[in-house]
Design a protein around this ligand. Structure first.
Ligand SMILES: [Ca+2]
Ligand SMILES: [Ca+2]
Ligand SMILES: [Ca+2]
Length: 322
């Protein structure tokens, strides 16, 4: 399923070319009024703490656009503490946000319109959010994106990307390419986007089934609303996407059943992608949606491994991941 174009880069267009660091809001991924072209360009010579094996930013809130070739496979960038805003280049780069609510773009961005620049490289970036609630976009290439601790929003963009959400409740959006999405701990929302994607689940991340869902669509959805208890796939494409079982689980260990679930806020569970991070004109009116869902549980415990929105159980393809 296609993810809307607006999710490719979750930041807003700058309205004022004047650079003003205080206007940046790495927590939400928004930039209110500075131009990307005025971001400090990070090169070897500008880094006091650099060594031959790594580049270090500071423990404050850093804004950094990496110079082409300044880091690479054997020389990662460590943003350290603070809410950092880091933009990489078209080359494959390892970037660690470390502590703080970081915003990381793996590929270069055009300086004028925030579109992805350059051609798709053969190799992708390794992007790690570390602690804190991070916003990470892979850009072009086959990226590896780890949210780690905190409620992270991870966007693969183009290429076959591999995600690990880590602890806490994350948003994983694969976009184009054959992506591998692993939400890990917490209640994660998963969108594969275009192409055949693999959603991976493990025994240790499963949650107690409680009494989730209904046998028939509730007559009064507002009062029937239940919060989602486990990882949920919002755009599963039958015949394309696959559920991958890790950690020794196999198809015979599963029990799958169908329920009607009442999702709220509906806008957070739309098949086309999450509510845009930068869209602030969200009104207070709470919206619910009733949907058929397949609940995938571990037979021995009854724990929920995953919820698949809008798809009957006989249309779901299961595969064991070694
Ligand atoms: Ca940081
Ligand atoms: Ca994080
Ligand atoms: Ca997670």
């Amino acid at each position: 399923m296609r993810i809307a174009q607006q999710y490719i880069v979750p930041i807003t267009q700058p309205t004022n070319p004047q650079f003003d660091e205080t206007q940046a809001n790495p927590n939400t991924g928004t930039i209110d009024s500075f131009s990307l072209s005025l971001l400090p360009v990070v090169t070897d010579s500008l880094i006091n703490n650099g060594t031959n094996s790594q580049l270090l930013l500071t423990n404050s809130n850093d804004l950094a656009k990496i110079a082409l070739g300044a880091i690479g496979e054997n020389k990662p960038l460590l943003a350290l503490a603070g809410d950092d805003f880091v933009v990489g280049t078209i080359l494959p780069e390892p970037i660690y946000g470390n502590a703080g609510n970081d915003t990381i773009f793996g590929s270069g961005l055009s300086q004028t319109n925030f579109e992805l620049e350059g051609q798709s490289p053969a190799l992708g970036d390794f992007l790690s959010g570390g602690k804190g609630n991070d916003v990470i976009s892979g850009g072009r290439g086959d990226d590896t994106i780890w949210g780690e601790r905190g409620s992270d929003s991870l966007f693969g963009n183009e290429g076959a990307d591999t995600f690990r959400g880590g602890k806490d409740d994350d948003i994983l959006v694969g976009n184009g390419g054959r992506d591998v999405l692993v939400g890990e701990q917490g209640i994660d929302r998963l969108w594969g986007g275009e192409n055949a994607d693999i959603f991976v689940f493990r025994t240790e991340d499963a949650v107690p089934a409680s009494n989730y869902g209904y046998e028939q669509p509730p007559t009064d959805p507002i009062t029937a609303y239940q919060s989602v208890p486990a990882d949920i796939i919002l755009d599963y494409a039958p015949g394309e996407d696959v559920i991958g079982l890790a950690g020794g689980l196999s198809f015979t260990d599963l029990i799958m059943y169908e329920k009607y679930i009442v999702l709220g806020d509906q806008r957070d569970y739309h098949a086309n992608g999450p509510f845009p991070l930068t869209q602030t004109n969200r009104t207070a009116d709470f919206q619910v949606e009733t949907s058929l869902a397949t609940i995938i549980t571990e037979g021995s415990t009854g724990n929920i491994l995953a919820i698949v929105k809008g798809v009957a159980s006989n249309l779901i393809s299961i595969s064991t991941i070694v």
